[in-house]
Ligand binder design. Structure first.
Ligand SMILES: Cc1cc2nc3c(=O)[nH]c(=O)nc-3n(C[C@H](O)[C@H](O)[C@H](O)COP(=O)(O)O)c2cc1C
Length: 213
């Protein structure tokens, strides 16, 4: 059972998911930059909030519904999000609320993926060990956002997380903070449309209770 969540909601919701934040270099630096980005921003450290993985779905839905920009901030683990970030998506973006018939709670919001990879950018190429350009790993994120009627903003990724120089890391953190401060006035998103993706009513059968035998 979670304590009631009465904290005020914010316009920008940063969902940080790092399973070992005490060992983090990049995401901790980025998190601190987001925390300095002003009153409009709330940073939620999901692993600190939910060490038992029992996400308070109602509290999360209330916060995301009130936000205009939702940031998914995490290190890339096996070409995708760490488990608690994925569980947040599974449970909070529910059918009939976030997508599907009657599911319009998130329509018109923006999603921004921010994070880090261990592999350098040069490893994300057909002729190197990650075999694909990094963009090839983004469609599941993008389509998740779009199915919920949200725009997927161009991601901010710090590559080579363990080797990036302090000055480059500081610069990226500054870019992150500036973007949060100036949102939604980003020149590159002015003309960015969100394609319509309505799941037709009747696409998903109503669940019938299973009879005990
Ligand atoms: C379980 C696990 C899976 C990982 N998978 C990837 C991966 O698929 N691609 C990659 O480039 N780096 C991968 N890494 C490296 C992390 O992305 C890297 O440690 C992280 O970005 C560093 O950020 P931090 O300084 O905030 O901890 C993985 C690390 C772990 C622990």
């Amino acid at each position: 059972m979670h304590a009631p969540d009465n904290a005020p909601t914010r316009e920008i919701l940063v969902l940080l998911a790092h399973p070992a934040l005490e060992q983090s270099r990049v995401n901790r630096t980025l998190m601190n930059a987001a925390r300095r980005a002003g009153e409009r921003v709330e940073v939620r450290d999901l692993y600190a909030l939910y060490p038992d993985y029992l996400i308070d779905i109602e509290a999360e839905q209330r916060r995301v519904a009130a936000a205009s920009l939702v940031v998914w901030q995490h290190p890339i683990h096996w070409y995708g999000p760490p488990p608690l970030m994925k569980l947040w998506i599974d449970e909070v973006l529910s059918f009939g609320w976030a997508y599907g018939p009657g599911g319009h709670a998130l329509k018109g919001k923006d999603v921004w993926l921010v994070g880090s990879t261990g592999g350098p950018q040069a490893s994300y190429r057909p002729d190197s060990y990650n075999r694909y350009f990094f963009d090839a790993f983004l469609p599941p994120y993008e389509q998740t956002a779009v199915l919920c009627g949200m725009r997927f903003l161009p991601p901010l990724m710090v590559h080579a997380a363990h080797r990036v120089s302090e000055s480059e890391l500081r610069m990226q953190a500054e870019v992150y903070a500036q973007r949060l401060v100036s949102y939604p006035d980003w020149p590159e998103i002015a003309d960015l449309e969100c394609p319509a993706c309505e799941v037709p009513a009747g696409e998903r059968p109503t669940a019938e209770p299973v009879e005990a035998t």
